[in-house]
Design a protein around this ligand. Sequence first.
Ligand SMILES: CC(C)(COP(=O)(O)OP(=O)(O)OC[C@H]1O[C@@H](n2cnc3c(N)ncnc32)[C@H](O)[C@@H]1OP(=O)(O)O)[C@@H](O)C(=O)NCCC(=O)NCCS
Length: 139
Amino acid sequence: MESDDYERCYALWLATKGIGLTDDDTRERVEVYLRFNARLSFVALHGDDIVGTILCGHDGRRGMIRHLAVRDDFRGRGIAKKLVELSVSELRADGILKCNVCVEDSNAAGLAFWQKLGAKLLHYDWRTLQFHTNNEPLA
Ligand SMILES: CC(C)(COP(=O)(O)OP(=O)(O)OC[C@H]1O[C@@H](n2cnc3c(N)ncnc32)[C@H](O)[C@@H]1OP(=O)(O)O)[C@@H](O)C(=O)NCCC(=O)NCCS
C-alpha cells in the first residue's frame, strides 16, 4: 500500500461493514502510518480497482493488523488470507513473533475469519485505555 492508494482504500473501508473509521484514518495519518511501517501494508488490485486492503505495523515488540477488508464481490477467493500472509511474512522478517488484530466486538464474521486462520481470542483481565497527547478530551 502506498500513499497514492489512499482514496481508493478509504472508499473500500467506508463501504465495508466491520471496518470502523476514526480520525486516525485521514490521508495525513495514514501516510504517516505507512511511512513508519514501510513494506507491511498491502492492497489487492483488480485492474486499477483496490478490492482488498490490510494495514499492518509494529512497535518493535508487537505487530498490529487493522482494516483487513475485501470487497463483497471478491470474497471467498483467498484474497484476505494472502494479504495476511504477506503482512505476517514482513513482521517475521522484522523479528516480530506476535501480532494483535483489532476486530469490533459485534463483528462475528470477522472474529470467525481470524479464528479460522488460527488467531486466539484473548480474554484479558485488563482494559485498554487511551488519552490524547495534546490533553484534549476524548470524544
Ligand atoms: C473477513 C474478510 C476479510 C475475509 O475475506 P475473504 O477474502 O473472503 O477471505 P478468504 O477467502 O481469504 O478466506 C480465507 C479462509 O477463511 C475462511 N473464511 C472467510 N470468511 C470467513 C468467515 N466469515 N467465517 C469463517 N471463516 C471464514 C475461508 O473459508 C477460508 O478458509 P480456507 O482457507 O479453509 O478455504 C472479508 O469477509 C471482509 O472484508 N469482511 C469485512 C471486514 C472484516 O470483518 N474484516 C476483518 C476484521 S478487521
